[in-house]
Design a protein around this ligand. Sequence first.
Ligand code: BDR
Ligand code: CA
Length: 312
Amino acid sequence: ARPIVVDCDPGHDDAVALLLAVGSDEVDLQAVTTTFGNCSVDDATRNAVQILTLAGATGVPVAQGAAGGLDGVSTLGNYVHGASGLDGPAMPEPGFEVVAEGAVELLRRVIESSDEPVTIAATGPITNVAQLLLDHPEVSDGVREVIFMGGSTERGNHTPTAEFNTYADPEALDVVLRSGLPVRMVGLNLTHQALATPEVVTRMAAMEHTVGRTCAAWMGFFGASYNRVWEFAAPPVHDPCTIAALIDSDVIEWREAFVAVELQGTWTRGTTVVDLHHRYPDERPNAQVAMTLDAARYWDLVIEAVDRVGRS
Ligand code: BDR
Ligand code: CA
């Protein structure tokens, strides 16, 4: 199995991403690191521990990371994910302790001690990953790729043009995009194809265990937020798309492109600029960009993994 670490801000869709990682044989979840984003980093850390406790994955080390972006600002998404960052169904009490070292140190330790290069899946503001590359550039050799949920080839969500994760720390994304590491971007143009339709939620709710029913209830809370804020009929379940891509190489179609992120801009800070048509002839492609999702295949993967976690 491919060794991975998930850097996240759980968050309802981050929570499903963690379950997908725990429930698949194709990836080996070596660590979870947390960041501010959907909620404060303290809340994200508690949520991560509770999700892994729910999943019975109490041996996965969790370390807490950044409380704000590289610019020190903490942009939060509680308006989508609720006061706790994971509002909705009751969760088990945290079943284990967070490791004492911070996120950057845990990432470094996992990468340096791995026999195989490690994949970093980032599903929140990408601050911890950028800080790792800034503080310990030598770890790059041990990183297979960085796959992140963020940005878009098209519209935004936190602002009309900027997606939440890239808005929350554009300087960090800039570090990652310039790092020379293989980078894959899973933006809103892709994740808006990953809708938890009533049929999907019914499949979750029909599972005869707490994990499935909890997922269905998360979708209920998340769906109500998406309906209220963006008038979506069903919520886009963004973050598990990154993990699904690592499990099944056919679930997403990609295009190579030059990707940049706006660091200034009166109205467009945090907006990704994806040059799909080579309009900047001097810029070389620096990322693979997710374009098309096989939604049926995606939901089969997610449902199967959730059911597996719930039964074990
Ligand atoms: C991203 O922001 C958060 O709301 C989700 O967890 C996802 O990572 C979508 O813009
Ligand atoms: Ca997230």
